[in-house]
Design a protein around this ligand. Structure first.
Ligand code: URA
Ligand code: SF4
Length: 189
């Protein structure tokens, strides 16, 4: 493999492989420490993300960062965060299966270069795409499975928690399980 992270990012930022490129302000490649061993994957950029070119920068992102801080994880040090699709779907609709299929190659490259030990899917769309197409997020969140040597867990999307704050404790429990897994497999934080 001859590609490095910076080249991949540059190439991705010029991508026109699906129609989502037409309406975007910015490609949202991802943010954080790609040399870390933990990767979070969301669904796709929203309005703020499109405007700033960074993932999870709106209210959902603030909530996520706040919850992760409790297990001593911070975006710039201990994890990387990206999305299944890198350009914003109009009106924040779900990215179509075709858009996901086309765009996910970028994420595959990110995974190949980063070699994470843990991937956390944020919300149903990401969980179905990267963990199991039959996953039931309300039941299966917080459960780790190992796939191609990578530990994977789905948790609720922070936007779902903002819509119903009673779900926050479910997320917090998932993140405690994540903390346990990090220690169990010896990831240096
Ligand atoms: N929701 C997502 O799934 N991804 C983002 O980057 C922002 C909000
Ligand atoms: Fe390319 Fe993905 Fe953007 Fe479509 S969503 S244009 S595949 S980067």
């Amino acid at each position: 493999m001859d590609q490095n992270w910076e080249d991949l990012e540059k190439e991705c930022k010029r991508c026109t492989k699906c129609d989502l490129f037409k309406l975007r302000t910015n490609v949202v490649f991802g943010q954080g420490n790609y040399k870390s061993e933990i990767l979070f994957v969301g669904e796709g950029p929203g309005e703020n993300e499109d405007l700033q070119g960074k993932p999870f920068v709106g209210r959902s992102g603030k909530l996520l960062d706040e919850m992760l801080k409790k297990i001593n994880l911070s975006r710039d040090k201990n994890f990387y965060i990206a999305n299944i699709v890198k350009c914003r779907p109009p009106q924040n609709r779900d990215p179509s299966p075709q858009e996901q299929e086309i765009c996910i190659d970028w994420l595959r490259w990110q995974v190949r270069l980063m070699k994470p030990k843990i991937i956390v899917a944020l919300g149903r769309i990401a969980a179905m795409r990267i963990i199991d197409s039959n996953i039931r997020i309300t039941i299966d969140h917080g459960k780790f499975i190992i796939k191609k040597g990578i530990w994977m867990m789905a948790t609720l999307h922070p936007a779902a928690i903002l819509r119903n704050m009673t779900k926050k404790s479910d997320s917090e429990e998932d993140f405690l399980k994540l903390d346990t897994k990090i220690k169990e497999i010896g990831i240096k934080i």
